[in-house]
Write a protein that binds this ligand. Structure first.
Ligand SMILES: NC(=O)c1ccc[n+]([C@@H]2O[C@H](COP(=O)([O-])OP(=O)(O)OC[C@H]3O[C@@H](n4cnc5c(N)ncnc54)[C@H](O)[C@@H]3O)[C@@H](O)[C@H]2O)c1
Length: 259
């Protein structure tokens, strides 16, 4: 499906899953606003994307999802540059059981702050043209991850917030669809550093390693693949992820639609 004419805002876009989401939007014709705190990596990515898709297709803005001021400025710059926004991907996230207040503030607080600010631009009730919000939760939001309880709690919170916002959107005619994706293990920097970030649950690192041993997805551009099967999945239409795993074991990236 073509996303020509659509404008997508992606948080945590400099690398990992956010980068894959951004690249997929670009491949499908959307313009993308890349938000991240990591300026160096994001600027490097923008250069690569400029060569591939054209300079006018992306905008990088340094934005910490913990800061309402940053978020407001990012949305103002988005409107000034592209005139509208249709898709918001709340993807930025960290895993830190040591700095758990920060994990709550980024993973759950960031999704809430971004969503509230986006409503002012996107909601049909505020003169916006509606659209889609996609929140990156986790399988850790569907069931308990014993080695990282706070991370698991934030992702349960993201799923609950997504469901409630979907209901609020229907009841209030925002014209916005709310979805959450729930990835399993994906080979990114966050994933690679998990066992160093477990804080008081470091003694349970083996449980995480066991979870990861069940299957890790690798990113290549906007595609996911499993090393064992070589089969690929892709973000499609900015709304779902299709993943193939050997032996039909499990769906690792599930998608919640608006209830
Ligand atoms: N990798 C996995 O196995 C996995 C599994 C399930 C869910 N997730 C979720 O996917 C999302 C992306 O994770 P990833 O694995 O790609 O991680 P990553 O570390 O590769 O990328 C995360 C990006 O978010 C940015 N970021 C961090 N804090 C930020 C903040 N306060 N404001 C703005 N940007 C910020 C980082 O700079 C980085 O570019 C996260 O929400 C994560 O919880 C990841």
């Amino acid at each position: 499906m073509s996303l020509g004419g659509k404008v997508a805002v992606v948080t945590g876009a400099a690398k990992g899953i956010g980068k894959a989401i951004a690249e997929n939007f670009l491949q499908n014709g959307a313009k993308v606003v890349l938000l991240d705190v990591d300026e160096t990596t994001a600027k490097g990515l923008k250069k690569v994307l400029d060569q591939k898709f054209g300079e006018e297709k992306t905008l990088f803005i340094r934005c910490n999802v913990e800061s309402e001021e940053d978020i407001k400025a990012a949305f103002e710059a988005t409107m000034a540059t592209f005139g509208c926004m249709d898709i918001l991907c709340n993807n930025a996230g960290i895993l830190s059981e040591d700095q758990w207040e920060r994990a709550v503030s980024v993973n759950l607080g960031g999704v809430i702050r971004m969503t509230y600010a986006a409503l002012e631009k996107m909601s049909q009730q505020s003169g916006g043209r509606g659209g889609v919000v996609v929140n990156t939760a986790s399988v850790g939001g569907l069931g308990p991850l014993a080695s990282c309880p706070v991370y698991s709690a934030t992702k349960h919170g993201v799923i609950g917030f997504t469901r409630a916002m979907a209901a609020a959107s229907t009841a209030s005619n925002y014209g916005i669809r709310f979805n959450a994706i729930c990835p399993g293990a994906v080979q990114t920097d966050l994933f690679a550093s998990v066992t160093n970030c477990l804080g008081p649950f470091s003694h349970l690192a083996h449980l995480f390693e066991k979870f990861a041993a069940d299957g890790v997805l690798h990113l290549e551009g906007s595609a996911f693949y499993t090393k064992s099967s070589g089969k690929r999945g892709r973000f499609t239409q900015g709304k779902t992820c299709i993943i193939f795993l050997p032996g039909g074991r499990q769906t690792w990236l599930s998608v919640f639609w608006s209830w």
